[in-house]
Ligand binder design. Structure first.
Ligand code: NAP
Length: 480
């Protein structure tokens, strides 16, 4: 069994405790590697390394910082097959999708490298003979705590925002699939960055993540994960004052009006519902469908769900692999059971495959519920699995109020041929991202981030870069 160390201060280190933890292949349930279980001594070492590296990195020419990110992006593209193989093996993402996601991650990194070169400060005209301006500067040491749902992409997105803007960082990947983070650290080593600029620290969120979030030398916590963890981070980080960028859960409403293009809607929404086994924060969480188009839409959605090829993610023909862990499968199955118990009607899926070889892995079949009502658990909570929850609304319902009646506010979409009507919904829905006739349509140029329990701040784009900078007032009087 291969065992992997942590990348701290430009060195490969075991945990002082010598403890390790396993990662598993969700397709077979087999243990595939052991990783160093970092603890408090390693948190201290990594934060100190990032703190020492900050003076040099924050003052390096922008071209040098952007150049380093471009080297990392190029190495990722050179190694895309190997990185995708790992993502498939430890996360279960179908191999062709994994290659696309990793290529997208390298593009995001290049975008951040280029866009950071155009960030500017601002001059303020307040007094004569005085130069007053806002200097944009890096925030400092960033703790970057990432989730398991798109593991390498999440690391690249955060590391590139932090580094492009002159910060240094400690990355804490998720325990479930942290092997890809260590392989990413091997790329960092090849890209030859100054020691301590990026540190990769593996270990449990409850101890290592918490210690990072509360460390007095950490100036920014950038975290993607569940809203519960986000709230814990808000509490523990408050022992000192830090910048927080939190990308949290969602239960995203999708509203289909009576004039929606149903074929287009079913195609786009089924893709986002079942992509990555539904483990995508922006996936459709609940559908509100006008009664005039309800049955036709459900028929089209179910037809697409039945076309999803569930199988070994290493097989290029597979379009949906397992969910990430046995624990997560149990959670998704508990939601399916609650939907049935509370009176929703299962019209597709709901079971796990029983035929070999899929019986060994943690699979859930593409699932569609109809007859869901607003009060049901599956209509209110984030399932994070391949489960569509369809509600038929009545024309007398205030569908905006129904859609807004949830703790989350990540994203939403409305489907209609009447653009003016669609945009009106956009102004009324309390979410961070909104589309008419599209859903979760993203690019490195487009900012991403939720409101309410879905988070604080934006990731990606120029807005994402700005989150990793702060404005300092500088002023001098002209004399003589
Ligand atoms: P999670 O359990 O909240 O874990 C996220 C990260 O936080 C992991 O690295 C975890 O470490 C760490 N962590 C756990 N407890 C911590 C603590 N007390 N202090 C500091 N760090 C701690 O989330 P997940 O299950 O990996 O990811 C799924 C969730 O992420 C879903 O809710 C999904 O909606 C959300 N998500 C949101 C976005 C977005 O952009 N809004 C994108 C993707 C995913 P361990 O793994 O070691 O526990």
């Amino acid at each position: 069994m291969d065992s992997y160390r942590m990348w701290i201060g430009g060195e490969w280190l075991e945990a002082e405790s010598r403890k390790t933890y396993p990662v598993f292949n969700p397709t077979t349930g087999e243990e595939i590697a052991r990783l160093a279980m970092g603890g408090l001594p390693e948190v201290e070492r990594a934060v100190q390394a990032a703190h020492r590296a900050f003076a040099g990195w924050s003052r390096a020419p922008q071209a040098e910082r952007s150049g380093a990110l471009n080297r990392i992006a190029a190495l990722m593209r050179e190694n895309v097959d190997e990185l995708a193989r790992i993502e498939t093996m430890e996360h279960g993402m179908p191999i062709e999708a994994a290659k696309k996601v990793i290529t997208f991650a390298s593009h995001a990194m290049e975008f951040n490298a280029a866009a950071a070169r155009s960030l500017r400060g601002e001059v303020i005209h307040a007094f004569p003979n005085t130069v007053t301006y806002l200097e944009r500067e890096p925030v400092g040491v960033c703790a970057l705590i990432t989730p398991w749902n798109v593991p390498l992409f999440m690391i690249c997105a955060k590391v590139s925002l932090a580094l492009a803007t002159g910060n240094t960082c400690v990355v804490k990947p998720p325990s479930i699939n942290s092997l890809i983070a260590v392989r990413f650290a091997e790329i960092l080593e090849k890209a030859v960055l100054p020691p301590g600029v990026v540190n990769v620290l593996t270990g449990p969120g409850g101890s290592v993540g918490d210690a990072l979030a509360s460390h007095p030398l950490v100036n920014l916590v950038g975290m993607t994960g569940s809203s519960e963890t986000g709230k814990r981070i808000i509490a523990s980080s408050s022992r000192s004052i830090k910048r927080l960028v939190l990308e949290l859960g969602g239960k995203n409403p999708v509203i289909l009006l009576e004039d929606a293009d149903l074929d287009h809607a079913a195609e786009v929404l089924a893709h986002h519902q079942f992509f990555n086994s539904g483990m995508t924060c922006g996936s459709p969480g609940r559908y509100y469908v006008h009664p005039a188009v309800h049955d036709a839409f459900v028929e089209k959605l179910v037809a697409r769900a039945r076309k999803v090829v569930v199988g070994d993610p290493a097989d290029p023909r597979t379009t949906m692999g397992p969910v990430v862990s046995a624990e997560h499968r149990d959670k998704v199955e508990a939601y399916i059971a609650s939907g049935i118990e509370q009176g929703a009607k299962l019209v597709c899926g709901g079971e796990r495959p029983t035929a070999p070889p899929l019986d060994r892995g943690w699979f859930v079949m593409p699932t569609v519920f109809i007859g869901v009502t607003q009060d049901m658990t599956i209509a209110r909570e984030e399932i994070f699995g391949p489960v569509a929850c369809v509600m038929k609304y009545s024309p007398s319902d205030d569908v905006v109020a129904l859609a807004n009646d949830n703790v989350y506010g990540l994203c939403a979409s409305v489907w209609t041929k009447n653009l003016a009507k669609g945009l009106k919904y956009g102004y009324e829905l309390r979410v961070g991202s909104f589309w008419v006739n599209q859903h979760n349509h993203l690019a490195p140029e487009i900012p991403w981030g939720g409101i309410k329990d879905s988070g604080i701040g934006k990731e990606a784009s120029i807005e994402g870069l700005k989150e990793f900078t702060q404005m300092k007032l500088m002023s001098y009087e002209l004399r003589g």
